[in-house]
Design a protein. Structure first.
Length: 135
């Protein structure tokens, strides 16, 4: 996966900028859900920093909601096998943007806590990291 980090350029006229940290433009699969809910919304990150991320999903959430999330990052181990680095996090929704034509919602999320799990990717997983049903 390729990441591009953009340095901040502060414009003295732009007083609406809320970001304090550099954001990296990344498109990684994400699952996000309410605690205790068995159903997760699928989407993709758009950018990420050490304190949060912005993602797109088909489902809307409310600002202030605290949710669970999992971002899947693909990499390779020393032998060249594909591994998944799962960032499991608890987040708070800071802002919700509505994209009118696409019926997508943009979610600005603050990371409250996280854990990382590194695992070999199973041949039974799809590209979103969800288990495929085997019949």
């Amino acid at each position: 996966m390729f990441a591009v980090c953009k340095e901040r350029v502060w414009d003295m006229k732009a007083t609406h900028e809320r970001r304090k940290l550099t954001r990296c433009t990344l498109k990684w699969p994400i699952l996000i859900w309410r605690r205790g809910d068995v159903r997760a919304a699928e989407g993709y990150t758009r950018n990420i920093s050490s304190e949060g991320f912005y993602c797109s999903t088909q489902e809307s959430f409310l600002p202030g909601e605290q949710l669970e999330g999992r971002i899947e990052m693909l990499s390779q181990d020393q032998e060249g096998s594909q591994v998944c680095i799962d960032l499991h996090c608890q987040v708070e929704i800071v802002r919700v943007d509505i994209a009118g034509v696409t019926a997508e919602f943009g979610l600005a999320c603050k990371i409250l806590s996280y854990s990382i799990l590194i695992r070999h990717r199973s041949k039974f997983e799809n590209n979103h990291g969800s288990m495929l049903e085997v019949v």
